[in-house]
Design a protein around this ligand. Structure first.
Ligand SMILES: NC(=O)c1ccc[n+]([C@@H]2O[C@H](COP(=O)([O-])OP(=O)(O)OC[C@H]3O[C@@H](n4cnc5c(N)ncnc54)[C@H](OP(=O)(O)O)[C@@H]3O)[C@@H](O)[C@H]2O)c1
Length: 374
């Protein structure tokens, strides 16, 4: 019998150009489901794996398939999977580039992906694939920062939240990670203070933020400290340039837990390409990364704070992944307690549109998730 094949966007080697190629279908292993991908979303990290994979994912086996955010239909079940049926509509965090998985068959940017069943959720009939695909990495990263025991360790999210009267600071609330952090913190019973551009104030309020600030105002630190007077602040999750340092300065003046969960690294690899001559951009970026990390550690020491970088895939191996994708999200989506945000913008159809979506992502988005349909 001829083996079945499908198309995948392959990364053939370190820093190589992405190519579309035919690859064999792989049957799901224990605890996995095979999903026909109908929509996928791009994240800043997809670019980093392609351009600076030698630095950020040195363990990766090639050819690799990058991409984490997918939605589609279940077409096969691996041994031991009872949560799903063939034909179910799902979203999932594709784990192919995680060190603990490291398998091209589990990368998101292809027509057929193997998902870990505990990192997938059924989606309601009225949630389109392109809207569902916006969630996975933003949701996972926010959940790692808010709920993992070695981060903010907040009470778990519920469909019927119990108010804690405590506040979480989400710096960068209109980003993908921030949109999920606001909603998750609210579902866990916390008030949310957040920052974004004024154009997105209404957006973050609709997601549930009670206190909203413009991060570009020189007085923003003082404004937040003022608003938090008399409140218990349980820590911060930080997105964007300068976010971690700002939150440290703020938390040092607030009552409560002094912990900053960093989603954004202290410097960006956005300008680094995979092409020859890249060292001219890569070396300064690496130097900034090291200097920025040292500066944050020193600031943390001076202000008596803890700070730690989030790895948005770490929930795969702990209780948080199952809690989010299994216990919370399916019911929260079907009862409309959780929204698939930020809103999707479909860049194109077919694997060939992913490079354009990644290029647009690099130019910057605001309260939007760039999606490709398949
Ligand atoms: N550690 C991990 O595992 C992990 C995983 C995923 C993402 N990340 C990182 O987390 C960050 C967010 O990723 P994403 O996909 O959520 O990004 P995104 O949606 O593409 O980010 C765009 C948004 O970020 C906001 N923003 C930019 N700079 C900001 C700043 N200095 N302060 C506050 N808000 C700012 C913008 O807000 P306005 O338009 O309102 O100004 C915009 O809405 C990136 O740095 C990404 O690399 C890390």
């Amino acid at each position: 019998m001829t083996p079945q094949t499908h198309l995948a966007l392959l990364l053939p080697g370190k820093r190589a150009q992405l190519i579309i190629a035919s690859v064999p279908d792989v049957s799901p292993g224990a605890g996995e489901i095979a999903v026909k991908v109908r929509a996928l979303a791009v994240n800043p990290f997809d670019r980093y794996v392609q351009a600076v994979g030698d630095v950020v994912t040195g363990y990766l086996a090639y050819p690799a398939v990058i991409g984490t955010d997918v939605a589609g239909e279940v077409v096969a079940l691996g041994p031991g999977v009872s949560r799903f049926r063939i034909g179910d509509r799902v979203l999932g965090h594709a784990a192919g580039i995680e060190k603990c998985r490291n398998k091209a068959a589990e990368g998101g940017f292809q027509e057929l992906v193997l998902l870990l069943a505990h990192m997938a959720s059924p989606i309601p009939a009225d949630l389109s694939f392109e809207n569902a695909a916006v969630l996975p990495l933003g949701l996972s990263t926010a959940a790692c920062g808010l709920f993992q025991k070695d981060f903010l360790a907040l009470a778990p999210p519920r469909v019927d939240p119990v108010p804690t009267r405590e506040t979480v600071l989400v710096w960068g609330g209109s980003s993908s990670v921030g949109s999920n952090a606001i909603q998750l913190a609210r579902a866990a019973g916390y008030d949310v203070a957040t920052t974004c551009s004024p154009a997105n104030f209404d957006y973050v309020r609709q997601l549930g933020a009670a206190h909203v600030f413009d991060y570009r105002r020189p007085s923003v630190d003082a404004e937040i400290v003022d608003a938090m007077r008399g409140r218990q602040v349980v820590g911060a999750i930080t997105i964007g340039k300068g976010a971690a340092a700002a939150c440290m300065r703020i938390l040092a003046q607030c009552e409560g837990r002094r912990f900053v969960a960093q989603a954004s690294a202290p410097a960006s690899f956005d300008d680094v390409t995979g092409t020859p001559g890249r060292w001219r951009k890569l070396l300064p970026a690496l130097a900034k990364m090291v200097a920025g990390s040292i500066a944050l550690k020193l600031l943390a020491k001076r202000t008596g704070l803890e700070t730690k970088m989030i790895w948005g895939g770490s929930l795969i191996e702990n209780e948080v992944g199952k809690m989010i994708y299994g216990a919370f999200l399916p019911e929260a989506l079907s009862r409309k307690i959780y929204a698939a945000m930020p809103p999707s913008e479909v860049v194109g159809h077919g694997l060939q549109s992913i490079s354009e979506a990644m290029a647009r992502q690099r130019r910057g988005v605001s309260a939007r998730k760039l999606v490709v349909t398949l």
